[in-house]
Write a protein that binds this ligand. Structure first.
Ligand code: SF4
Length: 504
C-alpha cells in the first residue's frame, strides 16, 4: 500500500495528495509530534485548535473507510520512521508543506511531494509573475488575481463597481457610544475530544519542559470541517454586510467587530480560499452585500493572503534574518503576561489575545507591531511570539506580515514605508485613549503616551535611513524641527527601559 502523510495544516480531502486518495491502496498517516507541541510557548487555544482538528479529521477519514495511522511520536521524523517500520509502505506521499523547513524535511526523508492546491496561486506561479516585472507590489498582484480568477469582474474585463479598491470607504473610525452592531461569532460545545486534547497537551508540556499560556478553549474556534463551514455561512449571512466600513477600527467593547475570523480555518485547510471567496461573490450577486464589503474581503483573501504566501517562498530562507533597523530588544513583558500594563491599547489587545488567541489585523499592526518597531524589538522574536500566540499563526503568514509589513525589517520589500504611528492614530481609530492614564498628545513627562514619545524618537533614531524615503521624509523633517526633541529622546530612553522592565 501507499502511505499519504497529512500534515497538521492540510486537513482537507480536496488538498494535494488526498484529492485522489483511494481507500483500497492508500493508508493515511497523521503524526502528533511532542517536539512540535512543546517547541514554543503555545497559546492553549492555538495548540488545541490544531491537535483537536487533526483528531477529528483522522476520525472523519476513518469513517469514510480509510485505514488511518494517527500516531503520537517524539518528533515528526520519529513518527515517520516508526510508521515505515510498522507498515513498510511502497511509497510515502505528502502534499507540499506550507513551511520551508517542512519541505526540507520531506525531501530529506525521500517522501514523494505532490503539488499543493491549498492556495489559489501556487508559489511557482507567483514567482513567475514576480520575476516577469522590474518591481512588484501587492496591488498589482491583487489585480492580476482578480482578472485571472474572475472575482468581482464584469464581462468586459472591468472591475465590478468601476474601481479595483474601495479602501477609502473602509477606514471609518469606530462608531461613537455603546452601539455594538456586530453579530456575535458562532461557538461550539466542547466535547470529550476537546477535553482529551487539553489534558494531553498539559501533560506533554509538564513532562517535556514545554509551557502553555492563555485561556482554555471556550468553543470559539471550530475544529471540524462541518463546524468551519457553518462559521463561513454565519459570516456571509450575518457579518459580511457590515464587514467594510469599520475594518480598521478598534473598540474595547468588541474583540471581533465585523471581522470574518475565518483565517484559522483557511490556514489549516478546514476551509479553502476558493470556496470562501465563492460564497462572498454569491452573496454580492444576490444583492445582500455592498461592494466595499465584498471587495475589501476578497482583497484580503486573494490579494494580501496569497501575496504573503508567494513572497514567503520567493524570499526564504534569507528572509528570516532580515533586520535592517538592527532591532534587538526582547518581547516586552506586557505582551507575554509577565507584567501588567497601564497602556490601555496594549492591555486591551493582550487581554483579548489571552482570552481568544486572536487580535484583528489593525490591533496586530498598529498596536502590538507598531509599539514593537518603535521600541526596537527583535523582528524574529516578534515573529515567533505571534506565531505561537495567535490561533491562525504559521511561519509563512507571520514572516512577511511581521518582518516585512509591521517591523519594516526588510527595508521596504513588503511595505514602502514603516507603519509607525504615535498615539494620535490609535486615538482616531479606537476608543482606547479615552480610558488611558497616558495622554496621547504628550511626548514628554510621566504621563506622555509611550507611542507618541517613541514615534518621534524612532524617526530621529533612524533619521539617515528614513529621510531618504519620500513616503516618510516629511515626518522625519518634522522631527528635526521639534524644539523639545532632546527631551523627547531622553524620555524615550526611560520609556524603553520601563518597557523592558515591565513597568509601563
Ligand atoms: Fe495607547 Fe497612548 Fe492611547 Fe494610552 S494614550 S491608549 S498608550 S495610544
Amino acid at each position: 500500500m501507499r502511505t499519504i502523510w497529512v500534515l497538521g495544516d492540510q486537513l482537507n480531502r480536496q488538498i494535494g495528495a488526498l484529492a485522489d486518495a483511494d481507500r483500497t491502496t492508500d493508508r493515511i498517516l497523521l503524526i502528533e509530534s511532542t517536539a512540535k507541541t512543546t517547541s514554543k510557548r503555545w497559546h492553549r487555544q492555538r495548540a488545541h485548535f490544531v491537535i483537536a482538528s487533526m483528531r477529528r479529521f483522522a476520525a472523519e477519514l476513518a469513517e469514510a473507510g480509510f485505514e488511518v495511522d494517527h500516531r503520537r511520536a517524539s518528533s515528526l521524523r520519529a513518527g515517520f520512521h516508526e510508521h515505515v517500520d510498522e507498515f513498510e509502505p511502497d511509497v510515502v506521499r505528502a502534499t507540499e508543506p506550507a513551511s520551508w523547513d517542512g519541505l526540507e524535511m520531506l525531501r530529506d526523508l525521500d517522501v514523494e511531494v505532490v503539488r499543493s492546491n491549498q492556495f489559489l496561486c501556487h508559489y511557482d506561479e507567483f514567482a513567475a509573475w514576480a520575476n516577469s516585472r522590474k518591481s512588484f507590489k501587492m496591488e498589482d498582484f491583487y489585480r492580476h488575481q482578480r482578472t485571472r480568477l474572475g472575482y468581482l469582474m464584469e464581462p468586459d474585463g472591468e472591475p465590478t463597481g468601476g474601481r479595483w479598491n474601495f479602501d477609502d470607504e473602509n477606514r471609518e473610525p469606530p462608531p461613537k457610544g455603546d452601539a455594538d452592531p456586530w453579530a456575535d461569532p458562532q461557538t461550539s460545545q466542547l466535547d470529550d475530544i476537546d477535553r482529551e486534547v487539553m489534558a494531553d497537551l498539559e501533560a506533554a508540556a509538564s513532562d517535556h519542559g514545554g509551557e502553555l499560556w492563555g485561556a482554555e478553549p471556550d468553543g470559539t474556534w471550530a475544529t471540524s470541517r462541518r463546524a468551519a463551514l457553518s462559521r463561513l455561512r454565519h459570516f456571509v449571512d450575518d457579518v459580511l454586510p457590515q464587514f467594510g466600513p469599520h475594518e480598521d477600527a478598534m473598540v474595547e467593547r468588541s474583540w471581533h467587530l465585523a471581522h470574518s475570523v475565518l483565517s484559522p480555518y483557511m490556514n489549516i485547510g478546514l476551509l479553502l480560499p476558493g470556496e470562501v471567496c465563492d460564497a462572498v461573490q454569491d452573496a454580492y450577486d444576490r444583492g445582500g452585500v455592498a461592494i466595499n464589503s465584498a471587495e475589501g474581503f476578497i482583497r484580503q483573501v486573494i490579494g494580501w493572503r496569497e501575496y504573503v504566501w508567494g513572497v514567503y517562498w520567493l524570499w526564504m530562507p534569507d528572509y528570516r534574518s532580515a533586520n535592517v533597523l538592527s532591532a534587538d530588544r526582547p518581547i516586552p513583558p506586557a505582551f507575554t503576561g509577565a507584567a501588567s500594563t497601564e497602556m490601555n491599547c496594549v492591555g486591551t489587545c493582550i487581554s483579548t489575545l489571552h482570552d481568544k488567541a486572536y487580535n484583528h489585523h489593525i490591533q496586530r499592526l498598529m498596536v502590538l507591531g507598531n509599539l514593537s518597531m518603535l521600541h526596537g524589538v527583535d523582528p524574529w522574536a516578534l515573529t515567533d511570539w505571534m506565531w505561537s500566540s495567535f490561533v491562525d499563526g504559521a511561519e509563512w503568514v507571520m514572516l512577511p506580515n511581521v518582518i516585512g509589513m509591521s517591523q519594516w525589517a526588510d527595508g521596504g520589500r513588503m511595505a514602502t514605508k514603516p507603519y509607525a504611528a504615535g498615539g494620535n492614530y490609535i486615538d482616531k481609530m479606537s476608543d482606547y485613549c479615552a480610558g488611558c492614564r497616558f495622554d496621547r498628545k504628550k511626548r514628554t513627562g510621566d504621563d506622555a503616551c509611550p507611542f507618541t514619545t517613541l514615534y518621534w524618537d524612532f524617526l530621529a533614531r533612524h533619521h539617515d535611513r528614513l529621510v531618504k524615503n519620500p513616503r516618510i521624509a516629511r515626518q522625519v523633517r518634522a522631527s528635526e524641527r521639534l524644539s523639545d526633541l532632546p527631551a523627547v529622546r531622553e524620555r524615550a530612553v526611560e520609556v524603553r527601559r520601563m518597557l523592558d522592565a515591565g513597568e509601563l
